[in-house]
Every structure is written in structure tokens, then in C-alpha cells.
Design a protein around this ligand. Structure first.
Ligand code: MUC
Ligand code: MG
Length: 407
């Protein structure tokens, strides 16, 4: 392992044994891009009007460049890593560990990182994505094939209704159905009283009809006792699934709610990687796992969460942190390897943003996302758009432009 990481490797080249220089990581580049959302997105713990996306680029000695993304929701309102914190962690702690190491073994490189850095799941995911993108571009393989092999080319994608207004949500859903973009909807609730929320869900379900799946996400807003009554009432108005109704640490409570619920309970915030997946499975605390690559600690870790769910008979759903194009496609490559995806995905992040940062937008049609089959992630950033939306654009311009009175 040391030899593999050390910058040279003993290998077979053109049938002759010899020492040759491997491809190494030369440098890492990070910057934050602030992208407005198409409307305010109201969650129980935050209302967002923009997404702040950390872009990571890994430059390798063979000229290959891999790209990753680190994105969260509402600064520090959802998780314990902020965009600014991710950038600082990558620049200060990840970059020195990665510079000069063999870039052709992403899993080994990430093991090296794991040995020196605890937690920081979102930052790890961004770096791992960039390493896998570079490896895919170098070998000519899509990331889904590097992860073990894709089983599907299309992923069903639902839409989240979170405008904060029932009539607006109904109109938005009807438009999505008419455009054949989404035919399942997740409603963000937990801000209002439980009775108001149930009424909101019931009105939307009634307007959309029995063919359309309506689910809810509480983002941990309820106590266990409110959840016990609320889940029963949601089931009565035709809701299909309840996501993370109570605090992520109250796993015994999740198990109690699940034992009596008529509709499936999904774990989201409670699921921060394979160990949580195992514990939730042992406690029978969830019917469904929302797998998120960043929350899991990376793409490889997300596939391990899937394996645990599979062994425990837990259904799967492909979750999002409302990532832009890079994070969304990285997630899509992972979910394309899942044998079972009973509840589809919510990979609509780029569609909630006013700005496209890819040269070719992700293809969405007939209620699904099309997973690219070209090398690496299969998407390319639009440098002009990035240049415009980079957070450091103004400060860089200020620094380089001579000010009034300067010589
Ligand atoms: C979450 O908690 O699931 C996913 C979709 C959405 O609207 O918010 C995210 C976060
Ligand atoms: Mg959720």
C-alpha cells in the first residue's frame, strides 16, 4: 500500500518489468459558487433562496482533471459541515495528504484520507467524487462502472413541493405532471402545527389524485408523541411515506413509530453512513433508507449502505442535498448500481436552480433522469458561468484591479 501511495510503482509496461512513474495528484483547487433557487424552498429548519456549492478540482500529473462537489442545505442548519468549512478543510487538511500520491487508486487514496481525518463526510465525498471522475476519464469508464457496474440507465425523480403555500404547491405539481417531469411529490412539512400540516398534505393529495404519490419530510420537526398521532392522520389522507419524523438520535422512537405505522417510515438525517445503516437495521427503525452520498461519507460508503439495506430487507430511495450538476450526477452514478430502488430518487437539485453550470444540462424526460454513459461523471462544467457565480469573483477583481489613485 505504501508503495502504491508513494509516487512510484513497480509494474508491467509493454511486457517488460520496470519502474515507472505513476500518475499522481498534482494539485487541488476549491471555490464556492452561489446559485439562486427558482423560488424559496421552505424546510422545517431553514428557508433557502440559494445554494452554495463547493467545487473541488483535482489536477493529476497526466493532465487529467477530476471534479467533485460539496453541497449542504441552509449553511449549518441541516448538518455540521458548511460550504465555507468544507472548503477550509479541503484546502488545509485534505490537499497536503493528497498532493503527490498515486491518483489511479481512488479507494486507496480515500483510505489514506480516512486514516488522518475523522468525520467531514461532505468534504470527503467531494474529494472522492473528483478522484473517481479523474479515474473514469483516464480509463474511459463511467463512474458507475468503477463502482461495480450500473444496473440501470434511468432513475425515477420526484419533485419537492416546498413553496410554503398549498395552492402554489398544487399548481406547481400539476405543471410538473403535464410536462412529464415528475409524477411523485415530497412535501416539506413541520413548520406549522401538525393539524395544519395534515390539512395541507390532504388538500394536495386530493387535488392530485390516487395515481400520484405524495410523501412528506419532517426533517426531525416532531416529538415522538406528536409523530404517533400525525403519522396516523397522514396515512388517513393518503400520504405514502413519512421521512425522518423525529430527532435523528431517537432510534428507539423511530422503531416504535415504525412498529405501529400503516405507512413506511424513512430514515434520512439518522443515516450518516454504513454504521448507522447497520444500527438502524438491527433496531428495525426504518422501512426505507434515503441514501445520500455526502451524508454517507462518499460514493463507496453509499454503496455499503445499499448493501446493508439489501441484506436487511430495507427499501431504498436515492436522496439529495439539493446538489447542483456535479453532485447530482455523482449520486446518479451510485444509484444506477443499486439492484433495488423501490422509492425512486429525488435527484432534482439542478432543476431548483436558476442557473445551469454544466455545458450540457442533465437530461430529464418521462419522469426520469438519464445517467450519462461517457467516461467519468460524464458532465462538464461551464467555465464562463462558473466565473460569473464564483463567490471570490468580486474580491479577486478588487485585488487585481488598480484602485483610484494607484500608480
Ligand atoms: C432532505 O431532508 O431530504 C431533499 C429534498 C429537499 O427538498 O430537501 C432535501 C433534504
Ligand atoms: Mg430528508
Amino acid at each position: 500500500m505504501t508503495a502504491l501511495l508513494a509516487g512510484t510503482a513497480f509494474c508491467i509496461a509493454r511486457g517488460v518489468y520496470g519502474r515507472m512513474s505513476p500518475t499522481t495528484v498534482e494539485s487541488l483547487e476549491t471555490f464556492i459558487v452561489d446559485l439562486p433557487t427558482t423560488r424559496s424552498h421552505v424546510l422545517s429548519m431553514a428557508t433557502i433562496h440559494r445554494q452554495s456549492v463547493v467545487i473541488v478540482r483535482i489536477h493529476c500529473s497526466d493532465g487529467t482533471v477530476g471534479t467533485g462537489e460539496g453541497t449542504t442545505i441552509g449553511g449549518l442548519a441541516y448538518g455540521d459541515e458548511s460550504p465555507e468549512g468544507m472548503q477550509l478543510a479541503i484546502d488545509t487538511y485534505f490537499a497536503p495528504l493528497l498532493r503527490g500520491i498515486d491518483a489511479t487508486h481512488p479507494a486507496l487514496a480515500m483510505r489514506h484520507i480516512a486514516g488522518a481525518i475523522v468525520g467531514n463526510h461532505f468534504a470527503k465525498c467531494a474529494v472522492e467524487t473528483a478522484l473517481l471522475d479523474a479515474a473514469g476519464r483516464r480509463t474511459g469508464l463511467p463512474v458507475s462502472e468503477l463502482l461495480g457496474g450500473r444496473l440501470r440507465d434511468r432513475l425515477p425523480v420526484l419533485w419537492t413541493l416546498a413553496s410554503g403555500d398549498t395552492e402554489h404547491d398544487i399548481a406547481e405539481a400539476e405543471e410538473m405532471i403535464a410536462r412529464r417531469r415528475h409524477n411523485a411529490f415530497k412535501l416539506k412539512i413541520g413548520r406549522r402545527t401538525m393539524a395544519q400540516d395534515v390539512e395541507h398534505v390532504g388538500a394536495i393529495k386530493k387535488a392530485l389524485g390516487s395515481q400520484v404519490s405524495v410523501r412528506v419530510d419532517l426533517n426531525m420537526a416532531w416529538s415522538e408523541s406528536v409523530a404517533r398521532r400525525g403519522i396516523a392522520m397522514l396515512a388517513d389522507v393518503g400520504c405514502d411515506l413519512v421521512e425522518q419524523p423525529i430527532d435523528r438520535l431517537n432510534r428507539a422512537g423511530m422503531a416504535r413509530l415504525r412498529a405501529t405505522s400503516a405507512i413506511p417510515i424513512m430514515a434520512d438525517e439518522a443515516l450518516r453512513g454504513p454504521q448507522d445503516a447497520y444500527d438502524l437495521a438491527v433496531r428495525a427503525a426504518a422501512d426505507v433508507f434515503s441514501v445520500k452520498i455526502a451524508q454517507s461519507g462518499g460514493l463507496f460508503a453509499a454503496t455499503r449502505v445499499q448493501a446493508i439495506a439489501d441484506a436487511a430487507g430495507i427499501a431504498l430511495y436515492g436522496g439529495t442535498m439539493l446538489e447542483a450538476g456535479i453532485g447530482t450526477i455523482a449520486s446518479a452514478h451510485v444509484f444506477a448500481t443499486f439492484p433495488e430502488l423501490a422509492f425512486g430518487t429525488e435527484l432534482f437539485g439542478p432543476l431548483l436552480l436558476t442557473e445551469e453550470i454544466l455545458t450540457e444540462p442533465i437530461a430529464y424526460n418521462d419522469f426520469a433522469l438519464v445517467v450519462p454513459d461517457t467516461p467519468g461523471l460524464g458532465v462538464t462544467l461551464d467555465e464562463d458561468r462558473l466565473g460569473f457565480f464564483r463567490r471570490d469573483r468580486v474580491s479577486r477583481a478588487t485585488i487585481s484591479a488598480p484602485g483610484p489613485g494607484s500608480a
